[in-house]
Design a protein around this ligand. Sequence first.
Ligand code: CP3
Length: 355
Amino acid sequence: MILKNDYFLRSLLRKSVPYTPVWFMRQAGRYLPEYRKVRKQVGSFMNLVTNPEYACKVTLQPLERYPLDAAILFSDILTIPHAMGLGLNFLENHGPIFSHPTNNEESIIKLTVPDLNDLNYVFDTIRLVNKELDGKVPLIGFSGSPWTLACYMVEGQSSKEYKTIKTMLYSRPDLLHKILEVNTESIIQYLNSQIEAGVQAIMLFDSWGGILSDEAFKVFSLDYNKKIFSKINRQRNGNIIPIIHFTKGGAVWIKDISSSGCDAIGVDWTINLREARDKSLDSVAIQGNMDPMVLLGSHKSVISEARRIIDSFGMVGESAGHIFNLGHGMNKDTPHELVLDLVNEIHSYSRQYHV
Ligand code: CP3
């Protein structure tokens, strides 16, 4: 398929573009009234995710409102543990919860790679979205990292302290490694199937890598992510499928992450983009990094923050790549009108930095 706008993919591969492309983590979601309407209609978040027609509809909603440079598949990172039989539910005002968490030896020994047929709803959604997009912009596929999935599988839900999984890490590392191995193999198969179904880029969400100590991050998160990158089928129909690695709170590890085999790294707002470039030696593209809460402020502060971030990256030129994004997901209380102003400002203000 010929893309009408390939600036996002070109930037991930550090090729020249006329302006900085932009998309947002959680660009489809509760801050959009049209999302809330569909969500109410289908009754639950899982009904939405597992129904390709509805999942396709909400994937496209933000693109109808804003001139974004990429679409991201509407799904969730917890589809894999759900297919492993952990029994996923999303409770109102609580978030995800598993009825069968893998927090003891017995459940961990039984853990196996899921039958990918149980995830056909994801691959069907990808095919449907691509048909509807008709080459307007590329489609991003994704997975959680082995470590981040393990956080939910062991804790059974979102957590503040990650006490159960950290206790396991320090007392029974063998059990944790077993989970991470099964997750890694599952993720490789899952991402390769997403590529086969038609996604044009991949993002690995290591949302909770940042809670680990320096040594533990490398052993229990990054080493497994590296293995995934080495096993992904990077070529499809003569095109390269770029990979984005995102560790929330991972700015301290940029040097290691940028040599892990990915093409781009997502960074949160704790680091200046000039410094991120320096640490990565411009060997990867950089995606980020506005604090999502800026969008809860005024029009004036949104514009000045966008400019500051674009200025901090500096000249893009021939061998560097910047993709504008937030440092984490869009907040559900974001005023959607401000998002249009932000996208337009990024597209116009960044032109001076592209030669
Ligand atoms: O970015 C997008 O627009 C694509 C869709 C997407 C969702 N989740 C939809 C979603 C993506 C890429 C994710 C990834 C995801 N899911 C992550 C990694 C990214 C991150 O935020 O760090 C994580 C940790 C999850 C797990 C998850 N899903 C949690 C903890 C929650 C509850 C918290 C919340 O915001 O309510 C979800 C639910 C979820 N996933 C929603 C959406 C739009 C809200 C559900 C609703 O409509 O009620």
